[in-house]
Write a protein that binds this ligand. Structure first.
Ligand code: MG
Ligand code: MG
Length: 623
């Protein structure tokens, strides 16, 4: 298989797209004709640039409205074809993508369609070029790959082959097993695309919601599996029409596209990546804060049952630990943590994962085109492999902790002046929620899937009084790592306010599991808890049979509750600091979700306490 990307999958000018495709490691591009039409350079210049970048133009596309036309229209179509064949000669590409007819005045008698395809192929053949025929899911007469193949088979011309597009196959639910009967050499190009599983008009779905395989919910893998079973070994080309991709950079899309292929190839049993190093746990979460403001955050940690136990050997870095929870507070005034703090204020600058092999995890991340990061290390300090994660924060990889040689035993010394804290029965990190811009959501889903083997849950749509929030949880199969990605098109929703306030800091809330939530809640100062309206508890009483004393305790402590077939979930939130907040959770009897049903009450309570920067500006202007 060779990897290509259609220029339509990337934003920017044609020059940007070519550079981005080459930089990400693609060998070929499919040239979407509009990209050339709107480009100032000549086709020969494009050909030269493509060559310089080590790329190949796999196909020119699309040639529409070709087959089944009335006679007068057919003659015009053939003239148009000759011009495109001229263009292909100038570009140095050999394959023209012809997509199935959608015009209302066309006729669909199969004999006629076969004859037209044979004629197109003959015209291309005279010049040493060829035609690939693709069934669009909304084609008038040909809208299933099997129909397209039947016409190609009957036309029986050496310059005519079949183009498959995983989106069209999967959107139609067309069976893929019959692919085994298609000779591999007749499949001249395979276009790859995924999409969220939503019931929608196929044309609109295709034009706006496609995404790279691994980012959506279609079973692209099964199509490719059948294809590989035919012995096929040609060009795979991502063809993604997406509003989100049009809003990001060509570099981002090309990087994601390559990551998608690497991920897909591994799933198909053809890996070119270092094997996954499964995450075992979150070893620590590193916060940054300005030194002069640090006491307020220390006080919050203490109130949450996290005593300061250690200080770094050489840096202004403190460690707070309880149970398996470890929080690092970095107050350094130079280097990456300081830059992160200057940009975002109090925020999470790094997440450290204990993995099955730190160096392997880093090598895999880099092979997956993650951005490497090397931090300065003092003598005798642990060298921690790292890459950039969400919002430019760091993702550290730690080897499995050996007794006496954990990260804090190497880099830290017991605090000579420890700050004690009440025992809240903290167990460990439960989940971490990050906010990403809507245009980056698919990108980070694939990042976590490919890098850490996390699997995305179905999307949850959360109702915030000031705007919708989309939430996607990603979980390790063994449940040892859970990351929730939240995203909102609204600048005034909790997610939008957070991005605006922190200049896009990434991590917004950290959930900590505790042994007994009601006991922990009692130990937590009331002013730290997010207040929850009494109406919530009246509704809770109506929905669940809860003991009156237990319900009353929840009400007075601001504890939220959910129950499903598996078990119970109790949780509470702190008030936020610079948009960041903590959640304490107790999972009982295998409850595996996040209390999403309670998100609206949390979001409404936060909206009560918090205005968005845009709203503050409006108030300042007296409007
Ligand atoms: Mg296509
Ligand atoms: Mg949560």
């Amino acid at each position: 298989m060779r990897r290509a990307i259609a220029t339509v999958s990337m934003a920017g000018t044609l020059a940007d797209k070519l550079e981005a495709a080459a930089a990400a490691g693609f060998e070929g591009i499919e040239l979407f004709e509009s990209d050339l039409t709107y480009y100032a350079g000549t086709p020969e210049e494009v050909r030269a640039r493509v060559g310089e970048l080590g790329l190949e133009i796999v196909a020119l596309q699309p040639f529409r409205d070709a087959e089944g036309l009335p006679p007068a229209e057919r003659a015009k179509m053939l003239d148009r074809l000759e011009r495109k064949l001229d263009l292909m000669e100038r570009l140095g590409t050999r394959l023209l993508l012809v997509c199935s007819q959608t015009r209302p005045d066309a006729r669909g008698e199969p004999d006629r369609l076969v004859e037209d395809l044979r004629l197109l192929a003959e015209r291309a053949h005279r010049r040493g070029l060829s035609i690939g025929y693709e069934a669009l899911a909304w084609g008038r007469f040909v809208n299933d790959w099997r129909q397209a193949w039947e016409l190609v088979r009957r036309a029986d011309h050496p310059a005519l082959g079949l183009i498959l597009d995983t989106f069209h196959l999967l959107a139609k639910g067309s069976p893929v097993a019959p692919l085994r009967a298609v000779p591999a050499e007749k499949i001249v190009l395979v276009q790859t695309a995924d999409a969220p599983a939503i019931a929608m008009d196929p044309l609109f779905w295709s034009r706006h919601y496609r995404c790279f395989p691994g980012q959506g919910e279609l079973d692209v893998e099964s199509v490719l599996r059948e294809l590989l079973a035919t012995g096929w070994d040609g060009w795979l080309s991502h063809e993604i029409f997406s509003d989100d991709f049009r809003s990001t950079s060509a570099r981002q899309a090309a990087t994601d596209g390559m990551r998608s292929f690497l991920f897909l190839e591994e799933r198909l049993g053809r890996p070119s990546l270092p094997p996954p190093a499964a995450p075992r746990s979150v070893a620590f979460v590193e916060f940054v804060e300005a030194a002069e403001k640090a006491e307020a955050f220390r006080a919050t940690l203490r109130a949450l049952g996290l005593p300061r136990t250690h200080r770094h050997r050489s840096k202004r870095v403190e460690l707070f630990r309880a149970g398996e929870v470890a929080i690092v507070l970095n107050l350094e005034e130079e280097g990456f943590p300081h830059a992160f703090q200057l940009l975002h204020g109090l925020s999470v600058a790094a997440i450290a994962l204990e993995t099955e092999g730190a160096e392997r995890a880093r090598a895999r991340a880099e092979a997956l085109r993650a951005t490497p990061f090397v931090s300065p290390v003092g003598a005798g300090e642990l060298v921690i492999p790292a890459v950039r994660g969400v919002a430019g924060s760091l993702l550290f990889f730690l080897d499995p902790a050996r007794p006496g040689a954990t990260f804090h035993e190497i880099d830290f010394l017991p605090d000579p002046d420890p700050a004690p804290a009440p025992d809240l029965g903290l167990l460990g990190f439960d989940h971490l929620a990050q906010v990403v811009p809507p245009t980056e959501l698919s990108s980070w889903i694939l990042f976590y899937r490919a890098l850490l083997g996390l699997e995305p849950a179905r999307r949850a749509d959360l109702v915030d009084p000031r705007g919708p929030i989309v939430s996607r949880a990603l979980e390790a199969p063994d449940g040892r790592l859970r990351i929730v990605l939240n995203s909102s098109p609204s600048q005034t929703s909790a997610a939008g306010r957070f991005l605006a306030r922190t200049a896009g800091a990434g991590a917004q809330h950290l959930a900590i599991a505790c042994r007994d939530l009601l006991a922990a809640a009692r130990a937590l100062p009331a002013e730290l808890r997010l207040p929850i309206p009494d109406n919530y508890y009246a509704d809770l009483e109506a929905r669940f049979e809860l003991e009156p004393e237990r319900l009353e305790a929840m009400r007075t402590l601001g504890v939220l509750y959910d129950r499903d077939a598996e078990g119970e979930f109790l949780h509470l939130y702190t008030r936020s600091m610079n948009g960041l907040f903590f959640e304490l959770v107790e999972r009982r009897n295998g409850y595996a979700r996040y209390g999403e049903v309670n998100a609206p009450v949390r979001l409404a309570a936060q909206a009560e306490l918090d205005r968005s920067p845009a709203e503050e500006l409006t108030l300042l202007r007296g409007r």
